[in-house]
Write a protein that binds this ligand. Structure first.
Ligand SMILES: Nc1nc2c(ncn2[C@@H]2O[C@H](COP(=O)(O)OP(=O)(O)OP(=O)(O)O)[C@@H](O)[C@H]2O)c(=O)[nH]1
Ligand SMILES: [Mg+2]
Length: 695
């Protein structure tokens, strides 16, 4: 069955969007409409199949990306429902890395919101073709047209309506297909259990004819622009057949020239069947996207792996989760070849061997045991002990390393102090397990105070982790106040020499390095250049020099924060036949780097957040005043039916407790979201405080 399931009939897709747009509700309806579940749960009742964690059910938000498989029109659809809250952005990042297509869910009232912009950018990074689903057409103030306009304006996408809604708000009844001209009209008072059938297609209501003609014309024009042969036909006034239009639309979507837009109301189970059709008709199969590239670890050459079950195996681990029943699960996307349960495989990233235990396909509320999984599929593996997110799994023959997903660095930290010795023991084990699942969660120990510090993407992220510590691992602990994760950087290029030479009886120590340290452009990260000529520093010691620099970078000279965006060139040095060692060169590099930092006008950087507030007009003054008092810079104001939108850039250190403050100045009528924007130099006053704290 596995080997024979045709790859062209697989779709690996994900729902991505701003928080609360309705991703989980849509996913639930998809499972219901395809017969995987017999009752569509509700996020508000806390009984959806996809949001299964207790914290998700209680808060009505998605925290961790959940994968599930369903079938529609003889196609297999692997679905990933991602969280919208920016603190869980890692879940979106890893999902987009392995998906072939995305569905951007938009709220028909709010249009494009801040997080929609972020996921859109992420999808661009991974070249993921997408369609937009304008959800919540039933809400007061819903507008299909305005939402499309906001896609054009804020996402700079090329949206093309391929449906026309029939009515809106409480009159929203269905949609007209702009290619076929047929309408889907849902009966009133649709419920979420029992009947998941799609209503029969009917002729469109005659009063929509002129609007239909206009929309259809626009659609054809946009499609024709992406296809020379069609364009000629169009310009010559020839009729273009429906099949031709469909094929061209599919090509243009997969090539990311067009973003088709459809609509619906997930809460009332409207538009889900058409969405499923669109997933199959418009989004690519694994065979429609370019083959994956990997680096051969021996030759360092780039090699291509085709989506073919008989090619060498190449699979990417994109998620690790602890399942209450089966234990540690490693989610894999198989790009090429076939992976078999029980096989001995190679983790190319870690350069180690592992035994693949059982293989599972995850369904909403059950799992299916598989003997093998072929190219193009997503599955979960049990038994891989040393495989982590981002690792590549191959067979020893034909091993390559695939590009891992990239994760942002945590910006907020808190200290955790266990109450008893027993809590202390449980704490380190629990934190290790949690960090294993989540690449944006870091654990460190403060050298001076011995305190355990946990860092994450935001207050909510850490709150959930602490909640899990208590519930899943029974750790009782005191939690400190949230702290900002500052960074340090350098502003001037300097050259620095350091000789580490010790003679203490017996064998001495000798390492001598000349380093050039230069600031890099923001975001360019760390670069180490070996410019040694004539073996002034022998080859075997160069990795130790790099190691020394990296270690010194983890604790900057201003207040001990990590140093970022620097280029370090090792251009000269010397060695001693007997006394030189890796240790001595590492020590020389560490010292040299620190001395260089002191001369290179070091700067403290603080994280700046992009904040978006939606408020009723009468509180605008209070909201902007409050943001200004937090060193906020207002960047943009906008108007949507539910109120005014204020966008600002505000230092994270000023944003703690913002939820409470916003509630009080707006009587609870405003909402906000925030995400990391950039690191900027901190003002002198902040730098001074941090220096005093550190010394
Ligand atoms: N009126 C209306 N409400 C909807 C619709 N779809 C979802 N909702 C509501 O919107 C809220 C958010 O829905 P979710 O499905 O949890 O949204 P989400 O995008 O998964 O949210 P996160 O996972 O937290 O990012 C819930 O209260 C839903 O009941 C819809 O079509 N119409
Ligand atoms: Mg959700």
């Amino acid at each position: 069955m596995e080997a024979t399931f045709p790859i062209e009939k697989i779709r690996n897709i994900g729902f991505i969007a701003h928080i609360d747009a309705g991703k989980t509700t849509v996913t639930e309806q998809v499972l219901f409409a395809t017969g995987r579940i017999h009752r569509a749960g509700g996020v508000d009742e806390g009984n959806t199949a996809m949001d299964w964690m207790p914290q998700e059910k209680e808060r009505g938000i998605t925290i961790t990306a959940a994968a599930t498989t369903t079938y529609w029109q003889e196609h297999r659809i692997n679905v990933i429902d991602t969280p919208g809250h920016v603190d869980f952005t890692a879940e979106v990042e890893r999902s987009l890395r392995v998906l072939d297509g995305g569905i951007v869910v938009l709220d028909a009232v709010a249009g494009v919101q801040s997080q929609s912009e972020t996921v859109w950018r992420q999808a661009d990074t991974y070249n993921v073709p997408r369609i937009c689903f304008v959800n919540k057409m039933d809400r007061v103030g819903a507008s299909f047209e305005r939402t499309i306009e906001s896609i054009r304006r804020r996402l700079k996408g090329n949206p093309v309506a391929v449906q026309l809604p029939i009515g809106s708000e409480d009159q929203f009844a269905g949609m007209i297909d702009l290619i076929t001209g047929m309408a889907t009209i849902y009966p009133e008072g649709r419920v979420n259990e029992g009947n998941a059938d799609r209503p029969d297609e009917v002729a469109m209501p005659p009063e929509y004819q002129s609007q239909f003609d206009q929309y259809r014309q626009e659609m054809i024009e946009k499609i024709a622009e992406t296809d020379d042969a069609l364009l000629i036909k169009y310009l010559e006034g020839e009729e273009i057949a429906q099949d031709e239009l469909k094929a061209a639309l599919r090509r243009a979507t997969i090539d990311r020239k067009i973003v088709p837009v459809i609509c619906g109301s997930a809460m009332f189970a409207k538009g889900v069947h058409n969405l499923l059709d669109a997933i199959i008709d418009l989004l690519p199969s694994p065979a429609d996207v370019p083959p994956v590239e990997g680096v051969n670890p021996r030759t360092e050459e780039i090699e291509i792996r085709n989506p073919d079950a008989s090619e060498p195996l190449a699979a990417l681990a994109f998620k690790v989760a602890t399942d209450p029943y089966v234990g540690r699960l490693v989610f894999l996307r198989v790009y090429s070849g076939t992976v078999k349960a029980g096989a001995v495989v190679t983790n190319t990233t870690k350069n180690g061997r592992e035994r693949m235990g059982r293989l599972l396909r995850m369904h909403a509320n059950s799992r299916e045991e598989l003997e093998e999984v072929t190219a193009g599929n997503i599955c979960a593996a049990i038994g891989l002990k040393n495989t982590f997110t981002g690792d590549t799994i191959c067979m020893q023959e034909g091993a390559v390393i695939l590009e891992p997903p990239k994760f942002p660095k945590p910006v907020v930290s808190v200290a955790v102090e266990p109450n008893t010795k027993a809590d202390q023991d449980r704490l380190s084990d629990a934190l290790r397990k949690l960090a294993d699942e989540d690449p944006t969660f870091l654990v460190s120990v403060n050298d001076e105070t011995g305190q355990t510090i946990i860092s994450g993407m935001g207050e909510l992220h850490l709150e959930i982790i602490i909640d899990r510590l208590r519930r899943e691992f029974s750790v009782d602990a005191n939690i400190g106040k949230p702290q900002v994760a500052y960074r340090e950087t350098l502003n001037r290029a300097v050259e620095q020499e350091h000789k580490h030479a010790k003679q203490t009886g017996g064998r001495g120590q000798y390492g001598h390095v000349c380093l050039r340290i230069e600031p890099q452009k923001k975001g360019d990260g760390f670069e180490f250049v070996d410019a040694i000529k004539g073996g002034a520093v022998p080859r075997e010691y160069i990795p130790a020099v790099k190691k020394g620099v990296v270690e010194a970078m983890s604790s900057g000279v201003i207040a001990g924060y990590p140093v970022i965006d620097v280029k370090v060139t090792l251009y000269d040095g010397s060695y001693h036949e007997v006394d030189s060692s890796e240790h001595a060169f590492k020590a020389a590099a560490m010292q040299g780097f620190r001395e260089a930092c002191l001369k290179a006008s070091p700067t403290l950087l603080e994280p700046i957040m992009r904040v978006e507030v939606i408020t009723p007009e009468k509180y605008m003054g209070s909201v902007t005043g409050d943001l200004n008092s937090r060193r906020g810079m207002i960047s943009d104001m906008d108007e949507i039916p539910s109120g005014k939108v204020v966008r600002a850039e505000v230092p994270l250190s000023e944003m703690f407790g913002y939820a409470t403050s916003l509630r009080s100045v707006t009587q609870g009528r405003a909402t906000y979201s925030m995400e990391f924007s950039q690191y900027l130099p901190a003002p002198a006053s902040v730098t001074e405080v941090m220096m005093r704290k550190a010394s």
